[in-house]
Design a protein around this ligand. Sequence first.
Ligand SMILES: Cc1cc2nc3c(=O)[nH]c(=O)nc-3n(C[C@H](O)[C@H](O)[C@H](O)COP(=O)(O)OP(=O)(O)OC[C@H]3O[C@@H](n4cnc5c(N)ncnc54)[C@H](O)[C@@H]3O)c2cc1C
Length: 349
Amino acid sequence: MRSHAMLSHGDARSVAASLLDMFREYAEVRTDGETHIVRLRYGQAILKVESDRICVTAEAEDAIRLSYVKMAVAEHWAAQPLSAGRSMAWDGAPHIDRKPAFFQTIEVVSSRLVTPHMKRVTFRGEAFETYVAGGLHVRLLFAQKGRDAVWPSVGADGRIIWPGGEDALSARVYTIRRPDLARGEIEIDFVLHEPCGLPAPGAAFGRDAFPGDVVGIFAPGGNEIPDARSVLLLGDETALPAMARIVEQLPEHSRARVFAEIDSAADHYDFPSAANVDLTYLYRDKRGAGTTMQLSAALAQYLSSHQGAAPFIWAGCERDEFLAIRRLAREDLKLPREMHSVTAYWRKR
Ligand SMILES: Cc1cc2nc3c(=O)[nH]c(=O)nc-3n(C[C@H](O)[C@H](O)[C@H](O)COP(=O)(O)OP(=O)(O)OC[C@H]3O[C@@H](n4cnc5c(N)ncnc54)[C@H](O)[C@@H]3O)c2cc1C
């Protein structure tokens, strides 16, 4: 599918250079004369620079992915200083009020505790196939407690228009633990983390989830399963669903070394897999989540005793741990980008 937009500017070349710099942060950009092709996760944007305008073509294989590409271009156009508030519009653009192609509402079917600190919630919705092909994660949107939800819409430029004030939504990233395409359902595991005096809408939703409750969902949300036969996974409770998805999809004869930080043995989690999985739990024993630095210590110790080629290193955890693990992977081990994926899943405050 395709969509076109014209970005008019007296200094089109400088504007294009600024846009491409933004894209280069996370995407591959190929240039042929005045034509630039930006390869994004869900499709591509082609920018053709003329004297006083940039002709943009967004391309993707379906409407959901096309919307993501359009939104990426529009966000960068709005953010770069040279365009200074100028509007843009895609051809055949929807009018305000249209729901984003990557949005839907999903409804709680059931919920149950899988550990004392983890609630598994089953949701019913539509077209989950696209989500499953598009990565492990989704972004859930929670309305404020006790209010009827006002959901986001999309503007003519492809950017999201968020409800404000008392209708403001909270967005949190979660992992699809198990998709059941035949039933049109997905399962998401919510960590019921300790109260900290802040609202914590994600954990609150998981704790109180009741059949018929509705949340908004932006998906797919990216982050693919690593394509490697030897992986080292490190994560706290929030990453247990993602680590379980990864080991579940590993083929026979592949290897996974897993370090999982949890509070106590009561929080053991299921890791079904055909692969050779070597799992070590690191217990916090009532110390605060995100304070013990056990995951980075486990990685340092593993690396000091490991011989041979390094495995693919994957981690999801609190931000301080994330920084320590990323430093080990990038600076000490000098792993190339394609051999590690280390993400901050949350930040303690
Ligand atoms: C790619 C990705 C995938 C994720 N998948 C999952 C998943 O499948 N399941 C899941 O439960 N979470 C998952 N998370 C983490 C989740 O998004 C965060 O924990 C989120 O902050 C929870 O939102 P909240 O509204 O409960 O708390 P927030 O409003 O974000 O935070 C409020 C306070 O709660 C504290 N807090 C937040 N999270 C935690 C925690 N985990 N432990 C202890 N204290 C905490 C913070 O210190 C903060 O002060 C994922 C995150 C990412 C980036």
